[in-house]
Design a protein around this ligand. Structure first.
Ligand code: NMX
Ligand code: MLT
Length: 436
């Protein structure tokens, strides 16, 4: 922990100086204009916030501190015998800007294990909810139930100095990420199984322990796919709905638990994180409709055309920023080609990959016809026997907690102020437009 704090403190000093310099010498430089279309259509491409941890390129996808996901997967520490990068190593990279050594990563995993105990009151709160409450609702409630333990809120009440914010935020960030797998696995066990949570295994890495607590598969490959999944979904810069929501809430100095509870509510939307649930439902429905026929490009082209004609969105395709196939999708595809090429659901995913981009392109209105990560992840979970679709977004959330928490720490470390952009009524926009 001392090493981690030291690294963040050092980088925060450099970044704070950079921020001060930009504000002193370049404050008036215009970096873009906002069109009427951007104002109405969700601010696409408008650069209006700072996120230190990661950056999304329309063609090459996300990079964590300048490293593409392929580089991360290659360079970050692995589990013994594992081939994919450990998600907690990605968390360290997001927090510090450095690739951890194996020893640093092991110590970091142990640090997370030490912080993993979840107060009984959180489980008691969850137990009061109707059993059919959506797992994402449960997860968000659990975050709020943990909020009374926020060290940030507590210290703030006592009168904390601005310069101390990030360090105390880091405490909450590590606690929250450490507890996520336990809370998430308990939600799974209570909602879909007998409610009993397999014993916590601190000998395993963070993701493998989560995988074993789900209790659906003891295959080492399930642990490996969980590591990959959690590494890939960890961060997607600051503009996506859940990160942006958490950033906005955090900018009011609401503590990390409040911020992530709010972010989770955004992740639960079908155009965002819920798309992986929608996607697997869509794939299973398509499989049924194909009635045992082998999925081919031709069959899927006809199927997708029909769906598009009926005005429906094809889940897992398109993106607000990406204009190419999502590298997260490609890494999952490579895993599937290696580990489950004969899975009928993978063959369907593969046929979609061959067919759907052309269909969307022909439709003419979609800006990005290529698949995003959600078009694949469900198949991998399903293959390893995690079949309850309503749960899929929770796995996304366990992963994304790392990026959003790293963003929270960094927003405090560089002293970003409360976020408050200007909104305008349509009449005002019309007047502004007519003046031009
Ligand atoms: N199927 C059908 N129509 C689509 C799709 C799709 N997959 N993607 C976009 N469109 C439509 C969109 O609804 C819009 O129609 P209209 O003009 O009638 O309102 C039009 O194409 C233009 O939209 P875009 O500018 O291409 O996309 P936008 O930036 O507004 O939205 C998504 C991005 C991701 C919300 C959108 O592509 C979508 O709904 N995709 C399916 C859901 C999905 O996969 N979401 C997951 C995102 C990733 N994640 O993990 O969070
Ligand atoms: C994400 O991972 O957050 C999604 O791809 C959505 C986005 O970036 O807008």
């Amino acid at each position: 922990l001392v090493a981690l704090k030291g690294k963040i403190a050092k980088l925060a000093k450099e970044k704070s100086a950079q921020k001060a310099d930009l504000l002193k010498n370049n404050a008036d430089v215009v970096i873009g204009e906002v069109s009427v279309e951007q104002c109405i259509n969700g601010g696409r491409s408008v650069k209006m916030m700072v996120t230190e941890t990661s950056d999304l390129d329309a063609n090459t996808g996300i990079s964590y501190r300048g490293k593409s996901l392929y580089e991360c997967n290659k360079e970050l520490p692995k589990a013994p015998g594992g081939e994919v990068a450990l998600p907690e190593a990605a968390f360290w990279l997001l927090l510090t800007g450095e690739v951890p050594t194996d020893a640093e990563c092991r110590a970091f995993t142990e640090e997370l294990h030490r912080r993993s105990a979840v107060p009984q009151s959180v489980f008691a709160t969850l137990a009061t909810l109707p059993k059919d409450t959506h797992p994402m609702t449960q997860l968000s409630v659990a975050m709020l139930a943990m909020q009374p333990d926020s060290k940030f809120a507590h210290k703030y009440d006592q009168g904390m100095k601005k310069g101390e914010y990030w360090e105390v935020a880091l405490e909450d960030a590590l606690d929250l990420v450490a507890k996520m797998p336990v809370v998430a696995a308990q939600i799974y066990r209570s909602t879909f199984k007998d409610g009993k949570l397999p014993a916590y295994n601190a000998k395993l890495d963070w993701a493998a322990n989560y995988a074993q607590m789900l209790g659906v598969n003891s295959d080492e490959k399930f642990k490996e796919v969980t590591r990959l999944y959690l590494m890939l979904h960890a961060d997607h810069e600051g503009g996506n709905v859940s990160a942006h929501t958490a950033h906005l809430v955090g900018s009011a100095l609401s503590d990390p638990y409040y911020a992530w509870a709010a972010g989770l509510c955004g992740l639960a939307g079908p155009l965002h994180g819920l798309a992986n649930q929608e996607c697997i439902s869509w794939l299973l429905e398509a499989q049924k409709d194909l009635g045992g026929q082998k999925p081919t490009k031709e069959l899927l082209t006809a199927y997708a055309e029909k769906m598009l004609a009926s005005g429906k969105v094809i889940p897992g395709f398109g993106h607000a920023v990406l204009r190419n196939t999502d590298p997260r999708y490609m890494l999952e595809r490579e895993f599937a080609l290696k580990n489950c090429p004969d899975d009928p659901l993978f063959q369907l995913v593969d046929a979609c990959y061959q067919a759907i981009p052309a269909v969307l392109e022909k439709g003419g209105k979609v800006k990005n016809p290529f698949p995003n990560v959600d078009a694949h992840s469900g198949q991998l979970m399903h293959f390893y026997n995690l079949k309850e679709q309503n749960y899929y977004t929770v796995v996304f959330a366990v992963s994304r907690a790392m990026g959003v928490m790293a963003q929270y720490v960094w927003a405090r470390a560089v002293g970003l102020p409360i976020e408050r952009p200007k909104s305008v009524p349509l009449d005002v926009l019309a007047k502004l437009a007519n003046k031009k």
